[in-house]
Design a protein around this ligand. Structure first.
Ligand SMILES: Nc1nc2c(ncn2[C@@H]2O[C@H](COP(=O)(O)OP(=O)(O)OP(=O)(O)O)[C@@H](O)[C@H]2O)c(=O)[nH]1
Ligand SMILES: [Mg+2]
Ligand SMILES: [Zn+2]
Length: 322
């Protein structure tokens, strides 16, 4: 029997073994499963196919919830992707998303606070896998009354501006800064990532209220999020573009990175390394190191340098508490 095939479908959601696909820029998602061959590829990966992947396959004969089911047989070569170690104890890797135009790490101006090291691990991964990245500072509406946070938000802006990253200041609650954000998302496929409770889904709802994504208040006892979003899912935005909302990430272990590579993925550190005395200087114990001098002079922030040293020691670690 001749199977009817399809090409260039984009994965917009994965829930266990079921996938949702659509033919972008159209938006009529349909259900698909993986062919046996692709499932076997998954031994080192928790998910051989990820949101954002371009896939081809064929239609399965028969009915599935009144709809024909598709079978994914091939993944098209990826423009880029983001990957992390699935968990501290696991040997598997998790492909977060593929074919991204932008990745945004969302942080809260108040609670929950994202450790600098989490942000840096995310940014290093984006550098390593060629995904342009920026920081979204959400909940800025709380700054005026939340004592003490103004200083820490200011500090965060200072650290990442010095490192050369763009910081978008927004409020999913009041809509402040959201027009500029929507403008950046237009015509692009973008990922929102970050720890639970920083407001990723709230931001997507602010961009397009018709999506009505589930959100939940953070726990007042622990000031942490409740892991409300449980799947990676792409959504079409009425203002243009597609956004991938994601579950709060608990830890961000880097994958297969040599110490020397890590130093390449801190742009402001890499830029100064030609000034070091030793070729291949790791900017740790070496004498006459241009990077350490820049840290002493305040040109490179101590936070970024500290994150860098911690990454050299333990690239795969980095588990976040909650
Ligand atoms: N004041 C204020 N609260 C916000 C803002 N954005 C989100 N929140 C609140 O923060 C809490 C968490 O928001 P969510 O959108 O569920 O957070 P999330 O990042 O999607 O969390 P997970 O799905 O668990 O990863 C909710 O109570 C939101 O109302 C904001 O800009 N200002
Ligand atoms: Mg969410
Ligand atoms: Zn050096």
């Amino acid at each position: 029997m001749q199977l009817q095939t399809f090409e260039n479908a984009t994965v917009v959601k994965q829930t266990g073994s079921l996938y949702r696909l659509t033919f972008l820029p159209g938006w009529e998602p349909f259900t698909a499963i993986l062919s046996g061959r692709l499932r076997l590829r998954g031994s080192k990966l928790t998910n051989p196919v990820t949101v954002g992947d371009q896939v081809s396959g064929h239609w399965q004969p028969g009915e599935y919830n009144q709809q024909r089911k598709a079978v994914i047989t091939d993944i098209h070569p990826r423009k880029n992707y983001l990957i992390r170690k699935a968990a501290n104890w696991s040997r598997q890797a998790h492909v977060i998303a593929a074919n991204l135009d932008w990745a945004y790490v969302v942080v809260s101006a108040t609670e929950p606070q994202t450790p600098f090291q989490f942000i840096d691990r995310f940014l290093v991964t984006c550098q390593a896998y060629s995904v342009p990245a920026a920081i979204v500072l959400n909940k800025t509406d709380e700054l005026e009354w939340a004592e003490g946070y103004d200083q820490s938000a200011f500090h965060l802006k200072d650290v990442y501006t010095r490192a050369g990253y763009q910081i978008l200041e927004v409020s999913g609650k009041t809509g402040a800064g959201m027009d500029a954000f929507a403008e950046k998302l237009k015509g692009k496929i973008s990922l929102l990532s970050g720890i639970s409770g920083v407001g990723k889904s709230t931001l997507v709802n602010a961009l397009d209220p018709s999506l009505q994504l589930k959100t939940a208040p953070i726990s007042h006892a622990h000031l942490t999020g409740k892991h409300t979003t449980t799947f990676y899912e792409m959504h079409p935005l009425r203002t243009g573009g597609f956004i991938i909302d994601s579950p709060g990430i608990k830890g961000f272990g880097l994958l297969d990175m040599t110490k020397e590579e890590i130093s390449h993925y801190f742009p402001e550190i890499f830029a100064l390394s030609p000034g070091c005395r030793f070729n291949g200087c790791l900017h740790a114990e070496e004498p006459d190191c241009a990077v350490k001098e820049a840290v002493e002079k305040g040109k490179i922030s101590e936070e970024r340098y500290y994150s860098y040293l911690r990454l050299l020691e333990d690239p795969e670690g980095g588990k976040y508490r909650t």
